[in-house]
Design a protein around this ligand. Structure first.
Ligand SMILES: O=C(O)CCC(=O)C(=O)O
Ligand SMILES: [Fe+2]
Length: 353
């Protein structure tokens, strides 16, 4: 078998199957390394919790509103992450979303691989290629990745049709996240005291922002101390909005791993590299990873909120007054990020001035 064919075949094998077969965990998954960092449990985790409803512009002059904006600024600049409650997405709606995600992954493999990820694209159903050579390490998860907005970027060949509601659920949820993203862009600008509260929205491209969605399944694993659902990484997005059905996400701060607390009604916002660039380093792109549960499968629906690929982004004017720009401008950072992924130099480091 040729190398490419072998790799394609490997792409077809899924972590879910390995977990269901109950076989030994292949050594390629043995990649957990806590890097000597203490792990702070969720019950003691100080990861900030923001009440989104208090970020509304109508409250920004009130004491409560001011306090929450201040909290948002501290969360984004010291943690690069926060848990959002009071965001207005009904709890039933979120439950339905996660249910559809579970239904998708519960289908037989023949159904799911009708729209597989290919070697050319990160879109479709798949995950990390299973190793084809010695020393390759892989994460313990399967995922469905799709670009949902702008509409003209959709490639329906990667979009599943079952369960029957799936396309509608994906689009409708991303539309809701578009509204939330718009509100968050404004709130972040207000929290930084920027004159133009649309400065981030403009960088995202107005209505042309890109939104990628990733539906992640982390099968239960009897040996969570050996493996990672997702190895430490920073997101290439502006920020990612996560709905999860369980604990597992950890963020790095001051050399420790902090477990992100889980509330079924909450969404977690993880700041990516492009928000760090746009805020001239005031907000922080946060390193994060996922640990796996020994008993239960874990599901997460991630929406990457990303600047328009045609748009040049860079530090916003109001944040370069003292000391100038710390980052170069860049277009289509996501591609740059993935091109750098296999090297030792991070894409963000190439843009630092
Ligand atoms: O599953 C999670 O909680 C995090 C997922 C994540 O970090 C990602 O998809 O980039
Ligand atoms: Fe991530």
């Amino acid at each position: 078998m040729g190398e490419l064919a072998e790799l394609s075949e490997a792409l077809m094998m899924r972590v879910q199957e390995i977990a269901q077969n109950g076989a030994e965990i292949p050594p390629a998954f043995h990649c957990r390394n806590d890097q000597g960092r203490e792990i702070v449990p969720p019950t003691e985790s100080p990861v900030p919790i923001i009440n989104f409803s208090l970020l509304s512009p109508s409250l920004s002059k009130t004491e409560e509103g001011q306090k929450e904006l201040e909290k948002l600024k501290t969360a984004c600049s010291t943690w690069g992450c926060f848990v959002a409650r009071g965001h207005g997405i009904p709890f039933d709606y979120q439950t339905k979303l996660i249910k559809t995600c579970r239904e998708f992954f519960a289908q037989p493999m023949e159904e799911k691989i009708k729209h597989p990820k290919t070697l050319e694209s990160v879109q479709g159903y798949g995950g990390d290629p299973l190793p084809t050579e010695e020393g390759m390490k892989v994460d313990w998860f399967d995922r469905l990745v799709l670009t949902t907005f702008p509409e003209e970027m959709r490639e329906y060949k990667y979009w599943p049709t079952k369960p029957t509601s799936i396309r509608e659920v994906i689009i409708d949820y991303c539309l809701k996240m578009k509204v939330l993203g718009n509100d968050l862009n404004k709130a972040m600008a207000r929290s930084l005291g920027l004159e133009d509260e649309d400065c981030f929205a403009k960088q995202f491209g107005g209505d042309k922002e890109r939104m990628d969605t990733s539906w992640n399944l982390y099968p239960a694993c009897p040996k969570p101390e050996l493996i990672l659902g997702l190895r430490p990484h920073n997101d290439a997005s502006g920020y990612s909005i996560l709905a999860q059905d369980d604990l597992g996400l950890q963020v790095e701060k001051d050399g420790k791993w902090y477990s992100v607390p889980h509330f079924p009604d909450a969404l977690t916002i993880v700041l990516g590299d492009q928000m760090e660039i746009m805020t001239n380093g005031v907000f922080k792109s946060v390193e994060h990873r996922v640990v796996v549960n020994p008993k239960n499968d874990r599901f997460a629906v991630v929406v990457g909120y990303i600047p328009d690929v045609e748009k040049e982004i860079g530090p916003v004017e109001g944040l370069t007054k003292d000391g100038g720009a710390k980052y170069k401008t860049v277009k289509n950072y996501v591609d740059m990020y993935y091109n750098q992924f296999v090297t030792t130099t991070k894409a963000l480091d190439l843009l630092r001035i």
